[in-house]
Ligand binder design. Structure first.
Ligand SMILES: NC(=O)c1ccc[n+]([C@@H]2O[C@H](COP(=O)([O-])OP(=O)(O)OC[C@H]3O[C@@H](n4cnc5c(N)ncnc54)[C@H](O)[C@@H]3O)[C@@H](O)[C@H]2O)c1
Ligand SMILES: O=C(O)C[C@H](O)C(=O)O
Ligand SMILES: [Mg+2]
Length: 587
């Protein structure tokens, strides 16, 4: 099986190499010679260039490696097979141990490869993405962040702390890569549903960028995970002697914004064409920074905007699953539990879609939406209403202020119950049973909070209590459920990982100055296709919005004259693919 895979990849690589040979466009993904400015042992210690025992003898001579490695040359295929075998043997040896122990052991073995040989790492990741995504991404990445100070061995990415104020413009030049395309940044203040994890949140940008490389073919030498350490309010971390971040409370207000401003200026001064993804910022800063930077820099917030696209795609898919025309979306009653960065982003985008489809105003389109936060249903009666939720606040005459989830479900009989609350198990038996009375023939339950323990309900409970005919989606992966009627209850993964790689890729290759709503909408509308198609849709929307400046030697005119097929082709040919390139030394 694996060998078939490898053979398939070799063929794909050969085909890619042939295509790249005749390419008209960019240089970033050419699997031709790679210039390296190091020699000898320095190369072996650099995961970007290291091939371990895979260095051919001629290359060992050229790069001063002769004698630094055992004499036998091991092929890429053999290295690959050896890694997979050690992974499988780890699986066998940890059988019966607690899930957390097994997950962390799997993460460690992958992380060691990541730190040693990125080409091999990304190949095994791409080849086995279904098995490995839950380890390097959600849910295990959450566990990794919780234990990061203890797991830490080698640095990855860059750390900018409150103590670096005034230094960032020079610090950014410490990063060894001349070009950076994608940056994912967090301040660690809301890591998945796990709260404030301070500097330990760096695991999230690392995991997200792994998905960029694996799914969007971004060159791993051009990605940069960033931790903005402005302190933490997590008392347990502050008291932990091994905690690796600043031991001070989080900066607030202007002091906080000055740090983010300085980083953004520094990053875009060095890499004016980079795309910056904001990730896992607490809601107030997620919205504030999006507002502050979206017209000035090429950036987006994945939790607000990426999640909205994925959820919208899920909501539209639900209408299709009901066997109804898409236009019926405007009649769906949707209860959203969680009014934070993700819940509000989803609600706003879905309301916009209804307004567009029905040709009505935004305010009119909010009629079928019900927003619930930690204090229950949001109505106009609430004192101190957050301005961001005002448009969705219901009239208390319809349902009382602060009504519980079960009350709202029983009264509204919604078509969709969507959770982005971060509270595990909040869709309890009573709530799920109430969904049986939904007005839909196929009610949808989306438990989108991460990681697994924070999901609003499990897949098994959803099918058991809400009925076997539901549509189920979750942010973290669950196994499909064997139903009593003999069929299978399918689990759809509703996670922004299906969208952000395409948004970043299309934005990058269009050279767009900013990320527009049109580009985000285009991404949401073609989520069923592969990332290259998402990237192409985003790029074409950037052309429509007339904001492209081109990328490398492809100018804005070239981009605007490409047909849809040519755009997909252009995107595909610019996706990095992990094969060993001949290394050529240059001083
Ligand atoms: N699946 C995905 O792609 C995806 C994307 C983004 C966020 N998420 C998940 O969504 C969750 C929330 O993220 P966020 O950024 O919006 O967080 P947030 O802190 O900004 O918002 C959380 C919201 O949940 C509400 N809430 C808290 N307790 C509640 C309760 N008992 N009942 C009802 N509402 C309650 C809060 O009032 C707040 O409005 C996290 O678990 C995150 O992992 C998933
Ligand atoms: O990271 C994820 O798995 C999705 C999302 O960005 C989240 O914050 O939960
Ligand atoms: Mg996130």
């Amino acid at each position: 099986m694996m060998w078939r895979n490898i053979a398939g990849f070799s063929k794909a690589a050969a085909a890619a190499a042939r295509t790249h040979g005749s390419r008209r466009y960019l240089s970033s993904a050419i699997p031709g010679p790679c210039i390296v400015h190091k020699r000898g042992a320095d190369i072996l210690h650099d995961p970007w260039f290291n091939k371990d025992t895979g260095f051919p003898l001629t290359e060992r001579d050229r790069l001063g490696l002769r004698g630094l490695l055992p004499p036998r040359v091991i092929s890429f295929e053999q290295q690959y097979a050896r890694f997979i075998e050690s992974f499988r043997s780890l699986e066998r040896n940890t059988q019966g141990q607690p899930d957390n122990v097994v997950s962390l052991a799997k993460w460690r073995i992958l992380n060691r490869l990541h730190d040693r040989n990125e080409t091999l790492y990304y190949r095994v990741l791409i080849d086995n993405i279904k098995d490995f995504a839950p380890i390097i991404y959600t849910p295990t990445v959450g566990l990794v962040c919780q234990n990061y100070s203890g797991l830490y061995r080698r640095p990855r990415g860059m750390y900018f702390s409150a103590k670096d104020k005034g230094e960032m413009m020079s610090m950014i030049y410490n990063w060894p890569a001349h070009q950076v395309d994608m940056i994912v940044i967090t301040d660690g203040s809301r890591i998945l549903g796990l709260g404030d994890l301070g500097v330990q949140g760096i695991g999230i940008p690392i995991g997200k960028l792994d998905m960029y490389v694996a799914a969007a073919g971004i060159n791993p030498q051009r990605v940069l995970p960033i931790m903005l350490d402005v302190g933490t309010n997590n008392q347990k971390l502050l008291q932990n002697p091994l905690y690796l971040g600043l031991r001070q409370p989080r900066l607030e207000g202007e002091e906080y914004l000055e740090i983010v401003d300085e980083f953004m200026e520094a990053a875009f001064t060095r890499w004016p064409k980079a795309v910056v993804q904001f990730e896992d910022f607490q809601a107030k800063w997620a919205f504030e920074t999006l507002d502050r930077y979206r017209k000035k820099f090429c950036m987006f917030n994945d939790d607000v905007q990426g999640t909205a696209g994925v959820a919208l795609a899920g909501l539209l898919g639900t209408v299709r699953a009901q066997g109804r025309p898409l236009s019926d979306f405007v009649n769906q009653k949707i209860v959203v539990v969680g009014a934070g960065s993700a819940g509000l982003g989803v609600t706003k985008t879905a309301v916009q879609a209804v307004a567009r489809m029905a040709g009505i105003s935004f305010a009119e389109a909010t009629k079928n939406f019900y927003l619930i936060d930690k204090d229950g249903l949001v109505t106009t009666e609430r004192s101190k209403l957050d301005p961001a939720v005002v448009p969705f606040a219901k009239n208390p005459a319809e349902i009382r202020e602060g009504a519980s989830i079960v009350e709202v479900v029983k009264t509204v009989r919604p078509h969709v119950l969507l959770g982005l609350s971060g509270v595990g198990g909040i869709f309890n038996e009573e709530v799920l049973k109430a969904m049986r009375e939904s007005d839909s023939c196929k009610p949808a339950i989306f438990a989108m909070s991460n990681p697994t323990l924070n999901a609003e309900c499990t897949a098994a409970d959803a099918f058991k209590h809400a009925g076997e005919n539901i549509v189920f989606g979750s942010g973290s992966p669950f196994e499909n459920v064997q139903l009593e009627n003999g069929s299978v209850g399918h689990v759809n993964q509703a996670n922004n990982m299906y969208l952000f790689p395409g948004i970043g890729l299309g934005t990058l290759l269009s050279g767009a100055r900013i990320v527009t709503d049109g580009m985000l909408l285009a991404a949401a509308e073609c989520i069923r296709h592969i990332t290259a198609e998402v990237g192409a849709a985003v790029l074409r929307a950037a052309v429509t919005d007339d904001i492209v400046e081109g990328h490398g030697d492809v100018g804005p005119r070239d981009l605007s004259h490409m047909s849809k097929e040519e755009t997909v082709d252009y995107i595909t040919r610019n996706m990095w693919f992990p094969i060993y390139s001949p290394l050529v030394h240059e001083k």
